[in-house]
Ligand binder design. Structure first.
Ligand code: UD1
Length: 315
């Protein structure tokens, strides 16, 4: 049994990590500001130790990391458009807090820090799939902040010998993803709209593509990254390795749900990337990672969750 800190553990991805860690018999502490996370995401996990606070406050970060073997740093304001609207707030949450977590993990003697990086780091590259040796090309404050986070991790590994791994997520989706904000992930937004036979909005022409990744794959990749011997100091894509356009996603979801509406189209979002698809060979080589749930199965499970979830979970 090891002791894990999951920052942002009341959020969508963090709460799934906490759940799997408890199921594997580990001790789990969650640190979350509840700005985007929700206590209800942890309601079914009474074994979690919960600390509420802001990791941009270094004293809180130190309390959170105290006694922990592994730090899964998931806390963030995870939104491209929100960072375009308010770059200062997202800088504080995504960079200041990350530096504090690194200092706190180093001083607490943590064995490894695993960071939630982002596919947005790649920006618009002519080459697909996107692999980790490509130079970063951030198109939004959010993307830049995630790249800076990765670089801080690598610097802490080089300077202080703190083991770190950055996992670049690609459009993660699944149960408990919050559909209620203007910044919510597109699958959660489409699912809730289509289940009520409302028209979802597609930004741009809908021909942009994404490598949507079901949450169980991300949890598997992150937990592998805690222990994989050759992974420290690395940046690693964890994704499905495919891509689908927004227009096609809409049709597939509409068919599964049995809705009859058409989408409405709006101007493209600024900072939006055109195409996103991961090369997952590095994750295979360094982590032994393979997607365990295919996109279609994950999509069906996710829609079923939104169909049956208690109203409080999606409000
Ligand atoms: C981006 C990042 C991802 C990051 C996430 C955090 C890329 C490639 N990916 O995802 O790594 O974790 O931000 O938020 O940069 N859309 C609609 N209608 C909607 C909502 C969204 O058409 O109602 C479109 C968006 O314009 C975008 C796509 O759907 O083209 C996906 O959007 P979203 O789910 O918000 O994620 P990304 O911005 O791609």
């Amino acid at each position: 049994m090891a002791h894990y800190l999951v920052t942002g553990g009341a959020g969508f991805i963090g709460s799934h990590l906490a759940e799997e860690l408890l199921a594997r018999g580990h001790r789990v502490r969650v640190a979350d500001s509840l700005v985007t996370g929700k206590r209800t995401n942890l309601a079914h996990l009474p074994g979690v130790e919960f600390l509420e606070g802001d990791l941009a406050d270094v004293e809180f970060a130190r309390r959170a990391a105290e006694g922990c073997d592994y730090v899964l740093h998931q806390a963030a304001i995870p939104s491209v458009p929100r960072s375009v609207a308010d770059p200062i707030a997202s800088n504080r949450a995504n960079i200041d807090a990350t530096l504090n977590v690194l200092v706190a993990a180093r001083d607490a003697g943590a064995r490894r820090v695993v960071f939630a990086g982002s596919s947005s780091a790649y920006g618009n590259t002519p080459t697909l799939p996107k692999h980790e040796a490509m130079p970063p090309n951030p198109l939004s404050p959010y993307a830049l902040q995630k790249v800076v986070g990765e670089q801080y991790l690598q610097m802490f590994t080089a300077l202080y010998g703190l083991e770190t791994v950055s996992i670049r997520y690609f459009n993660v989706f699944g149960p408990r993803q919050d559909p209620s904000s203007p910044y919510s992930g597109v699958i959660s937004v489409f699912a809730t709209a289509l289940l009520e036979n409302r028209s979802p909005r597609i930004y741009g022409d809908g021909e942009q593509t994404r490598d949507f990744t079901y949450i169980a794959n991300v949890v598997d990749g992150v937990l592998r990254a805690c222990e994989a011997p050759g992974a420290s100091g690395e940046v690693i894509n964890v994704a499905t390795g495919g891509r689908i356009s927004l227009n096609r996603l809409f049709e597939v979801m509409r068919d599964i749900i049995g809705a009859t509406v058409q989408p409405t189209y709006a101007d493209p979002r600024s900072g939006d990337v055109r195409d996103s698809q991961a090369d997952i060979q590095k994750a295979q080589a360094l982590l032994g990672y393979q997607p365990i749930v295919p996109f279609e199965d994950g999509l069906a499970r996710t829609i079923e969750w939104y169909r049956t979830a208690p109203a409080a979970a999606t409000a």
